[in-house]
Design a protein around this ligand. Structure first.
Ligand code: HAM
Length: 425
C-alpha cells in the first residue's frame, strides 16, 4: 500500500522539526494575544462556494467533495478562512464586548492540485483571522506575523509583496476597466478565461495558460482605481509597516486567487536561488464583506495563512539548523529482570521532574546498552544492578566524559539539577 498522491508522512527528524516550529508559532501567538481556534476539516460544500468563490480555481477545480451517508454535500476544507468565519458567525463571536476577535489556527487543508515540490494535495496551514476592526494597524499586524516568524527562525530570503484591491466601489470601477481591457481580445484567450470574463473578470489574472500574453501584462492595475478612502487605508498600512521596519514592495500583480478580498492583499515569497516554482510562502489580506456573505452581521476581517511545508523547504534551502532537542538526559540500564521495576521507578522520577529519559526495553547485554545510549544521544547512563537496588546508591556515568558517580537514589534529581539544564514544564 502506498500513500495517496500529493501527501506525505511525518516521522523521525521531520516530526521533531514540525513540533519545534509549531511550538514557536504557539509562543508567538500568545505574545500577540491571539486565541486558538480549531474548526472541522470538512464543512458543507456550500460554505466554500459562498466563501472562497464560485469562480475561483480552488472551488471549480480543486476541492475534495463527497456526499456523506446522510446525502449531504460535503467538502474537505481547501483553506481555513471560510470555516473560521462560519465558526465566528455560528458561535456569535461578533457579539463579544471585547473587539476585535483575533484568532489563529493550524491544520491540514486539501486541494486537488497537480503535485510538485512545495505543492501537495494535503498540506498544512498556520493562519490568523482578525474580525471587527477596520484599522490599518490590523492589516500591518497581520503582515508582521509571518515576517516575524520567519525572522525568529532565521530565514533571510523573503520578499513581502503588498497591494490593495480597494473597497467595493474601487473594485467595481476596476472590474469595469478590466472588462474594457479584455473585451476586444476575449476570443484569443483560453476557454476558462472566456468563462471568467462573463462571471468574474478579475480571475482572468490568475490564468496559468494565458499568463505570458502581452494583454495580461498590459492589464490595468487595482491601485489606479482606488478611491480616496481606499487610498488612505493603503497609505496607513504602508506607514505602519514602515514603523515596524518591515521592508515591502508594492506589487500590483498580487491580486490573490480567492474572491473575498477587499483593500490590502499581500504575499511573502521566498527569495532564495534554486527554491523552485512554488515560492509563495504565505498570503492573505482584508475581507470586509465575507462575514456577511456567510450569513453574519457586516463585520470587517483580515487574515493570512502560510504553507507549513513551504516554510520547512525554505529553511532547508537556507541550511538553517533548528535548535530542537537532539539528545536525551538519561538512559536507564537495569542489569537484569530483577532490577527493572526499580529502574522503571527511577525513570519515572526523572521524567516527572522535567528530564528526558528512556530505559532498555529489549533486555540488551551491557555492551549493547551502551551502544543504544549512544544512538539515543544520552548525556548520562544510569546503571542499576543488584548492588544498587540494595544500597539505594545509583551508578551514574557521564556518557561523554565517561566519569562515574555514585549518587543516592533520594538525591538523583539534585544530581541532574546540578548537572543539566532542566526543561521548562
Ligand atoms: P492561499 O494563498 O490559497 O490563501 O494559501 C496560503 C498559503 O498556503 C500559500 O501561500 C501557500 O504557502 C500554501 N499553500 C496553498 N496551496 C498549497 C498546496 N497545494 N501545497 C502546499 N502549500 C500550499 C488562503 O488559503 C487564505 N485562506 C489565506 C487567508 C487567510 N486570507 C485571509 N485569511
Amino acid at each position: 500500500m502506498q500513500k495517496p498522491k500529493g501527501t506525505y508522512d511525518v516521522f523521525g527528524e521531520r516530526g521533531k522539526k514540525e513540533l519545534y516550529i509549531r511550538g514557536l508559532m504557539e509562543t508567538l501567538m500568545n505574545k500577540y494575544n491571539y486565541e486558538y481556534v480549531d474548526t472541522p476539516i470538512f464543512e458543507a460544500s456550500e460554505l466554500f462556494h459562498r466563501g472562497v468563490g464560485e469562480t475561483t480555481d480552488i472551488v471549480t477545480k480543486e476541492t475534495y467533495d463527497f456526499v456523506d451517508r446522510g446525502e449531504r454535500n460535503m467538502t474537505l476544507r481547501p483553506e481555513g478562512t471560510a470555516g473560521v468565519v462560519r465558526s465566528f458567525v455560528e458561535n456569535k463571536m461578533y457579539a463579544r464586548e471585547s473587539m476585535p476577535v483575533k484568532v489563529w489556527y493550524f491544520g491540514p487543508m486539501f486541494r486537488y492540485e497537480r503535485p510538485q515540490s512545495g505543492r501537495y494535495r494535503q498540506f498544512k496551514q498556520f493562519g490568523v483571522e482578525v474580525f471587527g476592526s477596520e484599522d490599518a494597524l490590523v492589516d500591518a499586524e497581520v503582515i508582521s506575523i509571518p515576517v516575524n516568524l520567519y525572522k525568529i527562525l532565521g530565514l533571510k530570503g523573503i520578499k513581502v509583496n503588498i497591494n490593495s484591491l480597494g473597497d467595493k466601489e474601487s473594485r467595481e470601477n476596476y472590474r469595469e476597466a478590466l472588462i474594457k481591457h479584455f473585451e476586444p481580445v476575449i476570443d484569443t484567450l483560453c476557454e476558462d478565461c472566456k468563462e471568467r470574463f462573463k462571471k468574474n473578470p478579475l480571475r482572468i489574472l490568475d490564468c496559468k495558460i494565458d499568463a505570458d500574453k502581452e494583454i495580461m501584462k498590459t492589464a490595468p492595475t487595482t491601485i489606479d482605481y482606488l478611491n480616496d478612502e481606499s487610498r488612505t487605508h493603503f497609505e496607513n498600512v504602508k506607514k505602519y509597516l514602515e514603523a515596524l521596519g518591515i521592508d515591502y514592495v508594492v506589487n500590483p500583480r498580487v491580486v490573490r486567487g480567492l474572491d473575498y478580498y477587499t483593500h490590502t492583499v499581500f504575499e511573502v515569497e521566498a527569495d532564495i536561488p534554486s527554491f523552485g516554482a512554488q515560492n509563495v510562502l504565505c498570503g492573505g489580506g482584508r475581507y470586509n464583506g465575507l462575514v456577511e456573505q456567510v450569513g453574519g452581521p457586516s463585520t470587517n476581517g483580515v487574515g493570512f495563512a502560510l504553507g507549513f511545508e513551504r516554510l520547512i523547504n525554505a529553511l532547508e534551502a537556507e541550511n538553517i539548523e533548528l535548535p530542537y532537542e537532539k539528545e536525551i538526559d538519561a538512559y536507564v540500564i537495569p542489569m537484569s529482570d530483577n532490577e527493572k521495576a526499580y529502574g522503571f521507578d527511577v525513570l519515572q522520577t526523572l521524567r516527572m521532574s522535567g528530564f528526558n529519559a528512556d530505559i532498555d526495553y529489549m533486555s540488551r547485554k551491557i555492551g549493547g546498552n551502551f551502544k543504544q545510549a549512544d544512538r539515543l544521544n544520552s548525556k548520562f547512563v544510569i546503571i542499576i544492578g543488584e548492588e544498587e537496588t540494595k544500597s539505594n546508591i545509583l551508578t551514574i556515568k557521564n556518557n561523554r566524559t565517561k566519569e562515574e558517580y555514585k549518587v543516592s537514589k533520594e538525591l538523583v534529581i539534585d544530581f541532574f539539577d546540578d548537572n543539566l539544564e532542566k526543561e521548562e514544564h
